[in-house]
Structure formats: structure tokens, C-alpha cells
Design a protein around this ligand. Structure first.
Ligand SMILES: [Zn+2]
Length: 245
């Protein structure tokens, strides 16, 4: 169970989540893994004002912060490319905010994340080696990351626990922002199950059901990389990708 300090911290994060669109439901998984002490750091990419609000809200929580400017471009299916330099004029100025309980973790993770050293920063988020190793291929596909992920995953239906595809239509993902090497990856699935168990452990039954529902929702990945959520009334559609618990 969570101790009083962590419960307090989670409460503050939840109020930030409720008050702004800048924390997606997919990031909630990362927040839960962090407040539970499973992940050493938490990384957020937000607007400058909101970064200040987060720091103000968490001021008394004995956390360390590292933050600075970065540039972000977001595609339709949720793919976000970040860079420490403005590569093109579509990029928006954001803040990369890393927070954690140890100053050295926070500073090292921030530096490596900003410089694109995902192998090092990934370790701070407990990303499995197999998924870290397959990340360059997925990220080079950019807006077609979902097509790459499906290709790597082989035939479905797929377990719902590392369903990163759902984030493409704005849905939740138990394994957070991790790009799994495959939707069948046991290591990524283990992370997703941890988030689910944490949600149940803190008594967030309703939220756990919501996560589950969104992760199980059938979807379509179009050739151009767009991800479409399939509604109940559209079950006749072709190429529907299905998930199971
Ligand atoms: Zn993997």
C-alpha cells in the first residue's frame, strides 16, 4: 500500500491531471509508477506555464526538478518528436520537466533525454532492453510508428497490457509512454500489469476499469499511420485489431 507521503503526492498529481489537458491519460500510468516508487523519475513535456504550476504544486514534496526549453512537433496519431533545437517552423516551444527523489537521477535523466540518449534515459523509466533496442526502428517510422509496431508484433489479437496503439486515438496505456518492441512483449506486459495492480491497490477501481476498457477497445491502423478507435456500431469494418485481457 502507499504510505501517507506518496498518497499525498498522488493526490496532488491527480489534481494537476484534472485541471489541465496537458497531462494525458497515458501519462497517468507513468505518474502512478513514479508515486509507487517503481520508476525513479517522471518526465513530462508541457507548456512553460504549466511546468511552473507543477513546480508550485509540488513545492513541499522533497522532490528535485530539472527543466528547460525543448521543441516539440506532434502528428495526428500522437507521435511526438522532441528536439533541443527548433528543426522546423511547425515545432512548438515546450518545457521538458524531469522530477524525482534523487538529484543525480533527475539531472542525468534530463540531460540524456534532452540529448536524445534514449538508452540512458530509458533506464530511469525501467524500460526493458528489448524495447529500448527496437526503439530506433519505431521512431524512424515517425507518423507510421503504429504500422511498424504491428509489423513487429505479428498476428493479433494482442494482449491489452502494453497497448501503446490506444494512445494514438487519445486512449490510456497501462505501460505508459513506453514503445514496446512488440504488443506481445512479456517485459512490457509486466509493466502494464504493474500499473493495473497499483490502481487496484490504491482503490481506484473505476479508473482501472476505464483504463481496461480503453486498452481493450478495438482499433484500426490505417496505411498512413492514423489510428482509429472502433465504435460498437462499426464492428463490420475491415482490418479491425482486437485486444484481450
Ligand atoms: Zn520488449
Amino acid at each position: 500500500m502507499l504510505n501517507q507521503y506518496s498518497r499525498n503526492l498522488l493526490g496532488k498529481f491527480l489534481s494537476l491531471y484534472q485541471s489541465s489537458d496537458q497531462i494525458s491519460i497515458a501519462i497517468l500510468s507513468e505518474i502512478i509508477l513514479f508515486t509507487y516508487g517503481i520508476n525513479r523519475v517522471l518526465r513530462l513535456v508541457v507548456e512553460p506555464n504549466f511546468s511552473n504550476e507543477i513546480k508550485r504544486t509540488l513545492f513541499n514534496e522533497n522532490l528535485y526538478f530539472s527543466s528547460g526549453k525543448l521543441y516539440e512537433a506532434i502528428k495526428d496519431n500522437g507521435w511526438s518528436s522532441i528536439s533541443n533545437k527548433p528543426i522546423d517552423n511547425k515545432m512548438r516551444t515546450k518545457v521538458l520537466l524531469v522530477l524525482g527523489n534523487e538529484l543525480s537521477d533527475v539531472e542525468d535523466c534530463y540531460k540524456n533525454e534532452l540529448n536524445g540518449d534514449f538508452r540512458i534515459s530509458g533506464k530511469y523509466f525501467n524500460y526493458p532492453d528489448c524495447c529500448i533496442n527496437s526503439y530506433p526502428a519505431i521512431s524512424s517510422s515517425q507518423e507510421k510508428w503504429a504500422n511498424s509496431l504491428i509489423e513487429n508484433s505479428g498476428p493479433g489479437p494482442y494482449p491489452c497490457w502494453a497497448n501503446r496503439l490506444a494512445t494514438g486515438w487519445g486512449g490510456a496505456c497501462f505501460s505508459g509512454e513506453l514503445f514496446p518492441c512488440s504488443l506481445h512483449c512479456e517485459n512490457a506486459i509486466a509493466i502494464g500489469r504493474k500499473t493495473y495492480n497499483c490502481l487496484l491497490d490504491i482503490g481506484f477501481k473505476k479508473l482501472s476499469r476505464e483504463f481496461l476498457q480503453q486498452s481493450l477497445n478495438p482499433l484500426i491502423v490505417h496505411k498512413n499511420g492514423k489510428i482509429e478507435k472502433v465504435l460498437d456500431s462499426q464492428k463490420y469494418k475491415n482490418n479491425i485489431i482486437k485486444f484481450f485481457k
